[in-house]
Design a protein around this ligand. Structure first.
Ligand SMILES: O=C(O)CCC(=O)C(=O)O
Ligand SMILES: [Fe+2]
Length: 348
């Protein structure tokens, strides 16, 4: 087994166990009642399934989601071509201190380097984020997508795919709103000027998969993630009932959905954003494509007032999403000596 840079090595308690426990997986939900004229009873049972999955797991997979397979295959192919370019070509569209979009291979999660390379793009243009995390600094950075010159199909495939992700995200938001007893369109206004991101991930084969992680344990700070993974597998979710790491078995043409920190705060902890991580493999490379649904950066995040009452008092102080993101971007950019920002810092 080869040597790996110590920057990648996880503390012993966070190293993956390579023997995977066979266990009941995250729920698999069929979204076909959304696309056909099914009965009201079928629709209500779908809403209940979504609610149970959000409450008990924070994660689920969906099938019959309406995203055309062709569109997915197109972006998967373009992603393989992009990561197959030389390091020099990829670095031409590299992320830097000012622009967090583009290619990047030194992301850290909880101050340990991830065994991966990524390509990030913003879905709606233009998007801006506060240039610093200081509340009194009102300067905004424009986020610019960076595209490799010799791979025009990457831009085309990404833009088409992002449109499909937005459509699916709205369907899921409506189901989640209904499952919380809210009007179907309760979240739509919050996402009118959404600032969502698409990420292409490649996890190269690793000589020491027992010591490192493709992505260290984390919770997604965003509203909702829609993840397409290939057939290799490696994503693990921390089961709420016993804290055991459970492998999310690849299901052809399914999407993995997880509620992020924003839904946890809006729902005042009714739904919880759950920890997950990615194991790597000594033989195979793995690709995945998460879509992160984000509200506008000017959004103030706080529990929805309809969900607050005497028995369920408000659990979080309001926080600015843009500032949160600026702080997080800073800590993901390199190794810091302090813990990065978390929603728990706003807990009352
Ligand atoms: O690649 C995966 O399976 C998950 C990636 C992930 O959790 C993330 O990028 O936030
Ligand atoms: Fe994640």
């Amino acid at each position: 087994m080869g040597e790996v840079d110590p920057a990648y090595i996880q503390a012993p308690e966070h190293q993956p166990k390579l023997i995977v426990t066979e266990a009941e997986g995250i729920p698999l939900i069929d979204l076909s009642p959304l696309n056909s004229c099914d009965t009201e009873a079928e629709f209500s049972s779908l809403v209940a399934e979504i609610g149970d999955a959000c409450k008990n797991w924070g994660f689920f997979q969906v099938i019959n989601h309406g995203v055309p397979l062709k569109c997915r295959e197109k972006i998967e192919l373009a992603a393989r071509k992009f990561f197959g370019l030389s390091k020099g070509e990829k670095k031409k569209v590299g992320r830097n201190e000012v622009n967090p979009l583009g290619y990047y291979d030194t992301e850290h999660t909880k101050n340990v380097r991830d065994w991966k390379e990524v390509f990030d793009l913003t879905v709606k243009k233009p998007t801006s984020i506060p240039s610093s995390h200081q509340s009194d600094d009102k300067e905004l950075n424009q986020l610019m997508n960076q595209w490799p010159e010799d791979l025009p199909e990457l831009k085309e495939a990404s833009e088409e795919y992002a449109e499909e992700m937005v459509k699916l995200a709205y369907k899921l938001l409506e189901l989640i709103a209904l499952s919380l007893g809210l009007p179907k369109t309760r979240f739509n206004g919050i996402f009118k000027d959404h600032a969502s991101f698409l990420r292409l991930n490649r996890y190269p084969p690793c000589p020491a998969p027992h010591l490192v992680l493709g992505v260290g344990r984390h919770k997604d700070p965003i509203a909702l993630t829609i993840l397409g993974q290939d057939e290799v597998g490696g994503l693990e979710v921390k089961r709420k009932t016993d804290g055991e790491w459970i492998l999310v078995k690849p299901t052809p043409n399914a999407y993995i959905i997880n509620v992020g920190d924003l839904i946890q705060v809006w729902s005042n902890d009714e739904y919880e954003s759950v920890e997950h991580r990615v194991m790597v493999n000594s033989e195979k490379e793995r690709f995945s494509i998460p879509f992160f649904l984000n509200p506008a950066n000017s959004t103030w995040v706080e529990p929805l007032e309809e969900l607050i009452n005497k028995q369920n008092p408000v659990k979080y102080k309001p926080y600015s999403w843009g500032e949160f993101l600026a702080k997080r971007a800073r800590s993901n950019f390199g190794k810091l000596d302090i813990e990065n920002i978390q929603i728990s810092h706003f807990r009352i």
